[in-house]
Write a protein that binds this ligand. Structure first.
Ligand code: FES
Length: 154
């Protein structure tokens, strides 16, 4: 196969990358618990720990897509349980804004989603990852990762 042909093929349909922005107090601890209890979930997720999902801004979500993510999960404390009061509610608004923005540039809004869980919910973490993986796998790799048809030609 010629190198130029390989460049135009893009990522394989099952080559999925999901970035999970996780609150230190809840989702990160839940992910840790899921690992300790050996709950099974897809390995397509890469965790980024935040002190609180309130730290997340829209630029972080967009940067993740620009750097090759096919989906973004934001996982924070249960509503009403954020250690910084409104952090997870602010994150929820940013996720909704992000979904609107993705739709406006032709990406499926379901590629970004907010989840809430407590630190004791290792099973919920595994379930959330399975849900997100299934959604993104159904959509396929992000169009931002697919090379343009004329890429690589002089
Ligand atoms: Fe967990 Fe704010 S401290 S979402």
């Amino acid at each position: 196969m010629l190198a130029d042909e390989m460049k135009t093929e893009g990522p394989a349909p099952d080559d999925i990358n999901i970035v999970a922005f996780c609150c230190h107090y809840c989702a990160y601890a839940a992910a840790d618990m899921a690992g300790s209890l050996r709950f099974q979930y897809p390995d397509s997720v890469k965790v980024v720990k935040l002190p609180c999902t309130g730290k997340l801004d829209l630029q972080l979500i967009l940067d993740a897509f620009e750097k090759g993510a096919d989906g973004v999960m934001v996982a924070g404390c249960m509503e009403g349980d954020c250690h910084y009061q409104q952090g997870n509610l602010n994150a929820k608004r940013r996720v909704v804004h992000g979904q609107t923005l993705l739709a406006s540039i032709g990406l499926e809004p379901e590629r970004v989603r907010m989840f809430n869980m407590s630190s004791a919910m290792g099973n919920r973490w595994a379930e959330a990852v399975r849900e997100m993986d299934a959604t993104v796998r159904k959509l396929g790799p992000s169009p931002l990762r697919r090379p343009k048809a004329n890429e690589g030609t002089p």
